[in-house]
Write a protein that binds this ligand. Structure first.
Ligand code: SAM
Length: 404
């Protein structure tokens, strides 16, 4: 059974229908073509063009389904703006300086980075990459989005790429554009992804009776829409990879195989000619995940609640997985790997927060807007650095030296 066949059947061939109809379509596809790999199920649940969670309006934010660092408030973006300036300086202040934000959502981080007015702004070409058409559409509400050709390259397909008139002139940034996929590159600048890789489809393996098994998704009964797990012995190459990553763990242990995340990293590294790839996410190693209860690292979210089992009501809840960073390191070991709390401190979070703390001390009695903004900045810093929450995320950086 090819994954493509099953996906096509889920996409179009088995009828559209309301959001809750996705489970029925997946079940029908599994009956017709056989049980689906976990990654195929997850692709459909999150990204089905009609009913996938992210296509149908699922999103980060206080009003959304879960809160991420940029959605807490503007402090995270202010620190990112500092990090971008450092990178721009390291590269010798190039113009254009291209920042590709993968998983840009509705544009919150981009908006707040620009509001922080980084020194690189006049050179900045900011590319929001977001797979969900609904979220790409929402970016235009908060940002001045230009045509890609105007921001990234020749305006007309047949224009000469060496012709300066065909490109935006130096010093005219910041210019923004929005794409559904990573640009081809090569770029001088940064590819940044906050909480993207945990949302990319992975396969799921289980160690049982001394062997690795793939966890597949099947229809519960001939006529039912309910989905159930089915274990089948993993092919030898997959089993060998799982053993290399996690050894021979305890009975019932599970691990994710994150091939889509690995492929995304390969593409991101190939896009950058000089600069950095920065990945921020909750992360651990595969063998550590094998020792944890799998419900701790394979999670679902709906309106801020840890929601249902992943197979229930596909399309109505987020499905996410702690990123196995050792699998990414097999592409190329990161040049830097530290917690978000450590990374924020290194970028100067402390000075930004101290200024806010002093303002709050001075103006708490007045209780004006400036005082309230200062107080919320202090609270944001606490949440961003909480070791049991966002502060425990890992910031992985790959440095691409253009001269190498
Ligand atoms: C957990 S949200 C994070 C959004 C934002 N970065 C934040 O931190 O608030 C993940 C986002 O990644 C998007 N996404 C998934 N696959 C993608 C891909 N291959 N390229 C770009 N965006 C993708 C989803 O549509 C979703 O908006």
């Amino acid at each position: 059974m090819g994954h493509g066949v099953a996906m096509d059947a889920i996409r179009g061939g088995l009828g559209g229908g309301p959001r809750s109809g996705l489970g029925a379509r997946i079940a029908a596809s599994a009956r017709r073509f056989g049980p689906l790999p976990w990654s195929t199920f997850m692709e459909a649940a999150l990204y089905d063009p009609a009913d996938g969670f992210y296509q149908a309006g699922g999103r980060a934010g206080r009003e959304g389904d879960f809160v991420t660092s940029p959605e807490l408030g503007p402090l995270f973006a202010a620190v990112v703006a500092r990090a971008l300036d450092r990178c721009w300086e390291e590269l010798g202040r190039p113009d254009p300086f291209v920042v590709v934000e993968a998983a840009a959502g509705a544009g919150t981080l981009a908006r707040d980075v620009l509001a922080a007015a980084p020194a690189c702004s006049p050179a900045l070409r900011y590319v929001l990459v977001e797979r969900s058409a609904a979220l790409r559409g929402a970016q235009g509400d908060v940002l001045p989005i230009e045509l890609p050709a105007f921001v990234l390259g020749p305006i007309a397909a047949d224009s000469d790429p060496d012709d300066d008139d065909a490109r935006a002139m130096p010093g005219t940034g910041p210019l923004l554009t929005s794409l559904a996929e990573l640009p081809a590159g090569p770029i001088t600048g940064v590819v940044l992804a906050n909480e993207l890789l945990d949302n990319l489809a992975f396969d799921l393996l289980e160690w049982r009776h001394g062997r690795w098994h793939e966890v597949l998704v099947a229809a519960a009964a001939p006529a039912a829409d309910e989905l159930v797990e089915l274990l089948v012995e993993a092919p030898p190459d997959v089993a060998a990879e799982a053993t290399r990553l996690a050894g021979e763990p305890a009975e019932g242990a599970r691990i994710p195989l994150q091939r889509a995340a690995v492929e995304w990293l390969r593409q991101a590294l190939a896009t950058v000619e000089a600069g950095r790839v920065i990945v921020i996410d909750y992360a651990d190693t595969t063998d550590a995940l094998a020792r944890r209860r799998w419900g701790d690292w394979l999670r679902t979210f709906r309106q801020h609640q840890g929601a249902l089992s992943p197979l229930q009501s596909p399309g109505t809840q987020d499905i996410t997985c702690v990123v196995a960073w050792d699998q990414l390191a097999a592409v190329r070991p990161p040049d830097d790997n530290r917690t978000q709390a450590e990374w924020l401190a290194e970028q100067g979070l402390h000075s930004l927060v101290e200024a806010a703390r002093a303002l709050w001390r001075d103006r708490a009695g007045v209780g004006d807007l400036a005082a309230l903004v200062a107080r919320s900045r202090v609270h944001e810093a606490e949440a961003l650095t909480d070791p049991g929450g966002l502060g425990g995320h890992r910031v992985l950086q790959w440095i691409i030296d253009g001269a190498a």
